[in-house]
Design a protein. Structure first.
Length: 90
């Protein structure tokens, strides 16, 4: 798959998770597909203040990943994705 196909697949997955037929793709302000084997995430100094919380919508939208709630549990990469995944599941 090329990058645009992956972005479109992701948008469809979000729509399915939200149980909507589709949503306006213009609300996606940025997207990126990074392909890096044996890589880790690197964040800019101070960027943790911009990371979203695990709960986006108190009713139904939960997210996880190493880029989520970086002011909370101070871990990175796989460990952070596991921690936020457990937080989202609970």
């Amino acid at each position: 798959m090329n990058d645009e196909e992956i972005v479109q697949l992701s948008i469809k997955a979000v729509a399915a998770a939200l149980d909507v037929d589709a949503f306006d793709p213009t609300i996606v302000v940025d997207s990126a597909v990074l392909r890096a084997r044996k890589a880790v995430s690197h964040f800019a100094v101070g960027s943790a203040a911009c990371s979203p919380p695990v709960t986006l919508d108190k009713k139904s939208v939960y997210i996880c990943g190493d880029w989520i709630d970086r002011s909370g549990h101070a871990s990175w990469s796989t460990e952070k994705a596991v921690v936020t995944g457990k937080q989202a599941a609970n």
